[in-house]
Design a protein around this ligand. Structure first.
Ligand code: AR6
Length: 206
């Protein structure tokens, strides 16, 4: 599944993010940047111990923040580590986690995309951040991630490829269905999206 946005491509594929040969792959990490389970564990296993050593020197990563390292034994030259929200337990101080969670998730994507641009990267692969151990409902997370990436690519044609890599068939189907809807709403080459909530691209502080 592919959507053209200005000069860039948004791809939706099913597979393993570890195998992607994009300039960077994004890791759904934890705040201490120590190897965990899920996509984080898979990336560390494939990258080798150099990645863990470099991560140790980064001083952790706040929710919504993103940090870049080399890719070591991965096909990707870089790993961008971001920490998404733990669904329902937002650390921004609100009673209800939900709006804050959406804001943090969007910021995770934006900070990762901005790091890619700052490092002159042309292609990046994302997993569905926060939708595993961190419990974010998949459809809502898919909507946030797709709209965020599409809006970003409209403003940054220098980023040529963003690929979402969905691990399981059901996850892939959710992304495919949603992106097909978005594609069919598009006119000419530009995808028309609902007006996004205004969310700062800077790093969120606790
Ligand atoms: N390639 C692509 N997607 C994958 C892969 C893979 N190899 N493996 C899992 N997924 P999760 P989170 C999908 O739990 O929710 C870790 O312990 C998975 O199906 O990896 O952000 C960290 O250290 C799901 O859709 O990340 C943190 O403590 C998505 O990746 C915590 O988990 C995200 O699931 C982060 O939790």
């Amino acid at each position: 599944m592919e959507i053209k946005i200005s000069k860039s491509k948004l791809e939706i594929v099913q597979g393993d993010i570890v195998a992607q040969a994009t300039d960077a792959i994004v890791n759904a990490a934890n705040t201490r940047l120590i190897p965990g389970g899920g996509v984080d564990g898979a990336i560390h296993r494939a990258a080798g111990p150099g990645l863990r050593e470099e991560c140790k020197k980064l001083g952790g990563c706040l929710q919504g923040e993103a940090k870049i390292t080399k890719g070591y034994n991965l096909k990707a030259r870089y790993v961008i580590h971001t920490v998404g929200p733990v669904y329902g337990t937002s650390r921004l101080g609100g009673d209800s986690g939900k709006p804050e969670d959406a804001e943090i998730l969007k910021t995770s994507y934006l900070n990762s995309l901005n790091l890619a641009i700052q490092n002159n990267l042309k292609s990046i692969s994302f997993p569905a951040i926060s939708t595993g151990a961190f419990g974010y409902p998949l459809e809502e997370a898919a909507h946030i991630s797709l709209t965020t990436v599409i809006e970003f690519l409209k403003k940054h044609p220098e980023l040529l490829l963003v690929r979402f890599v969905l691990y399981s068939q059901p996850e892939y189907e959710v992304y495919k269905t949603l992106s097909s809807k978005m594609k069919s709403q598009s006119s000419n080459a530009n995808v028309q999206m609902p007006k996004p909530k205004s969310i700062a691209t800077k790093t969120l502080k606790h």
